[in-house]
Ligand binder design. Structure first.
Ligand code: SAH
Length: 260
C-alpha cells in the first residue's frame, strides 16, 4: 500500500530549467532526497549530468538517473495541474509572488487534483519571461533585496523543506519541541558562566570523592543536563558556586584533619 507521503511525492515535481552547472543538479537531487522528494525533472540542461553531478548528489544519484529530460518547459509540465515558478526577482514579474510556506501548503493541497510542478531557473539568468508565462503563480524566498539570489540547489532545499513540513503537518512537532525546551529567560546565565559552574562542580565532586572510583563522565553528563534544564540566571550561578566553594573549603579542612 502506498503511503500518503509516497503518493504526495509522486505528484510533486521539481523541474530544473537550463541548468548550467552539472554539480547543481546533484546538489538539488540531494536537497530533495533529504526531504523525501524524488521526482526530479530536467529541461534542456546546458551540460548533461556528469561526475560533478554524482559527487554533489552524494547518494541521491538515483533521482538524477530517473529524471526525465525534456526540450522545453511546456513539454515538462504538460500533465501538471498547477505550475509554480521560483524566482529571485520579485519586482520584475507580473505574478504576485507566494511565500514558500504558503506555496508549499497550497501545492500539497493541489496534488489532490493532479501533478504539481515547482520550476527553478538558470543559475545566471533565472527563468525567462515566456517560461514564467507558463506558471500559475510565482514563489519568492524573501531574501535580502540587496542580495536576493540563492544558489539554485539552496533554493531547491528551502522549497523541499517547506514541502516536507507541509507534508508532516508542522504544528504538532513545533508545539512538542516548544514544551520540551523553554526559551532562555531575560538575564539567563551565559555559556561561559555555566561552564565555570560545571568546571567547579567537577572539581568539588573529585574533592568529596563523590565518584568512588567510577568514571566521572556519566554523573557529570546528568548534572549538566539537570542544570541546563533549570534555566539558571547569573545570580543562581553565583549562589551555586558559593555553595561549591564552601563545600570545597570543608573538604580541604577535613583532608588536613586526616593527615598525620
Ligand atoms: N540571477 C538569477 C538568479 C538565478 S538563481 C535571477 O536573477 O533570476 C537560480 C534559480 O534559483 C532561480 O531561477 C530561482 O528558480 C531560484 N532562486 C534563487 N533565489 C531565489 C529566491 N530568492 N526566491 C525564489 N527562487 C530563487
Amino acid at each position: 500500500m502506498e503511503t500518503l507521503l509516497e503518493s504526495t511525492d509522486r505528484d510533486l515535481r521539481i523541474v530544473l530549467v537550463g541548468t548550467q552547472h552539472p554539480g547543481n543538479i546533484g546538489s538539488a537531487a540531494r536537497a530533495m532526497k533529504t526531504m523525501g522528494l524524488s521526482r526530479l525533472v530536467l529541461v534542456a540542461p546546458e551540460k548533461a549530468p556528469d561526475r560533478d553531478t554524482q559527487a554533489m548528489a552524494a547518494g541521491a544519484d538515483d533521482l538524477v538517473a530517473a529524471a526525465p529530460v525534456f526540450a522545453s518547459l511546456a513539454e515538462a509540465v504538460a500533465d501538471c495541474r498547477w505550475v509554480l515558478g521560483c524566482t529571485a526577482r520579485s519586482r520584475r514579474i507580473q505574478l504576485e509572488p507566494l511565500h514558500p510556506r504558503d506555496a508549499a501548503r497550497r501545492a500539497l493541497a493541489a496534488t489532490a487534483s493532479g501533478p504539481v510542478a515547482l520550476v527553478f531557473g538558470r543559475e545566471r539568468t533565472g527563468l525567462e519571461n515566456d517560461e514564467l508565462q507558463l506558471c500559475h503563480a510565482a514563489i519568492h524566498i524573501p531574501s535580502d533585496p540587496a542580495f536576493s539570489s540563492l544558489n539554485l540547489a539552496a533554493a531547491v532545499q528551502v522549497l523541499s523543506y517547506e514541502l516536507r513540513c507541509a507534508m508532516l503537518g508542522d504544528l504538532p512537532a513545533l508545539q512538542d519541541s516548544a514544551q520540551r525546551t523553554a526559551p532562555p529567560a531575560a538575564g539567563a546565565a551565559s555559556h561561559a558562566e555555566l561552564e565555570g559552574l560545571f568546571g567547579q562542580l567537577a572539581e568539588a565532586l573529585e574533592q568529596i570523592d563523590f565518584h568512588k572510583g567510577r568514571a566521572p563522565d556519566s554523573a557529570m553528563r546528568k548534572l549538566r543536563r539537570l542544570y541546563l534544564r533549570a534555566n539558571l540566571d547569573s545570580a543562581d550561578v553565583r549562589l551555586l558556586r558559593g555553595v561549591l566553594a564552601d563545600t570545597q573549603r570543608m573538604a580541604r579542612l577535613a583532608g588536613q584533619g586526616e593527615s598525620p
